[in-house]
Design a protein around this ligand. Structure first.
Ligand SMILES: NC(=O)c1ccc[n+]([C@@H]2O[C@H](COP(=O)([O-])OP(=O)(O)OC[C@H]3O[C@@H](n4cnc5c(N)ncnc54)[C@H](OP(=O)(O)O)[C@@H]3O)[C@@H](O)[C@H]2O)c1
Length: 242
């Protein structure tokens, strides 16, 4: 059996991954506020409450029978765009919650995962689902919290990848940029006014031209990468954007 842990399993890419990866040789563990149709072991968890999320991660990972697993992979997928508004229109709760749901979630997950799997001499990987919004050349007006937290997640992963180079039983840390996918996030983007987000037309056009892949298409690509987690390149960003 292999073990795959996914955050944000109720919809979008997390739901598609849960379906693509579910089979008789996989022990699936999920985290999120809602379970949806997720069929694995589900742990209810709101990442805007970091202290609580940390103890839920810790307890769930302690219970998981990883010693019997042939490999273990954590996919930090959950995320939110947050309120798309210029910085002067963001309130402190929005700032705190979006950073917590994105960047703090990843830091907590990586730390809890490593604590648990450090001694295990099996293939281990931590996949961060990132975004083109993390790239230095792609800041987007009204997306400051999203762009900043996705950039933070990418560098968090590259930094921990460096640490793992000298670990006795290293865990591979990689970023995965899934590219644009037709999920609730895209709907939220398309509903933004051009005054708030001048680039919105580009996203509307992508949809009209049928150029946005489904999350199932991207999940299938990620499932292929996970057929052999020991072949993942530590510290690499895999660009799956289409
Ligand atoms: N869609 C795109 O075009 C696109 C492009 C590039 C990158 N991405 C990245 O892909 C990943 C998945 O995005 P998606 O498009 O699939 O988004 P989505 O459809 O909005 O799904 C987001 C998932 O995250 C969970 N989540 C959100 N806030 C949470 C919180 N506070 N606590 C716990 N779970 C929370 C949601 O579950 P609950 O609501 O049940 O908690 C949901 O399952 C994200 O990391 C995103 O940044 C997406």
């Amino acid at each position: 059996m292999r073990t795959i842990i996914i955050t944000g399993v109720s919809k979008g890419l997390g739901q598609a991954l849960s379906k693509a990866l579910a089979d008789e040789r996989t022990n699936l563990i999920g985290f999120g506020r809602t379970q949806g149709d997720f069929t694995g072991a589900f742990h209810s968890c709101d990442f805007t409450k970091p202290q609580l999320a940390a103890s839920i991660f810790e307890q769930a990972l302690a219970q998981a029978p990883l010693e019997e697993s042939e490999s273990v992979v954590f996919i930090a997928n959950a995320g939110r765009l947050g309120l798309l508004q210029p910085a002067q229109n963001l309130d402190p709760f929005e700032i705190e919650e979006t950073i917590a749901a994105n960047l703090t979630q990843s830091a907590l997950a990586a730390s809890a995962f490593l604590k648990r799997v450090q001694p295990l001499p099996i293939p281990k990987a931590f996949l961060q689902i990132t975004s083109g919004a993390a790239l230095p050349e792609r800041p987007k007006a009204s997306w400051s919290l999203y762009c900043a937290t996705k950039a933070g997640q990418e560098q968090l992963v590259r930094t921990i990848a460096k640490e793992q180079e000298t670990a006795l039983h290293p865990t591979r840390f990689v970023n995965i940029n899934p590219g644009v996918m037709e999920t609730a996030m895209q709907e939220q983007i398309r509903q933004t006014s051009p005054e708030t987000f001048p680039d919105v037309e580009r996203f509307i056009k992508l949809k009209e031209e049928g150029r946005i892949p489904t999350p199932d298409t991207i999940a299938a690509e990620i499932a292929k990468l996970l057929e052999d987690p020991s072949a993942l390149e530590n510290g690499k960003t895999y660009d799956l954007s289409q």
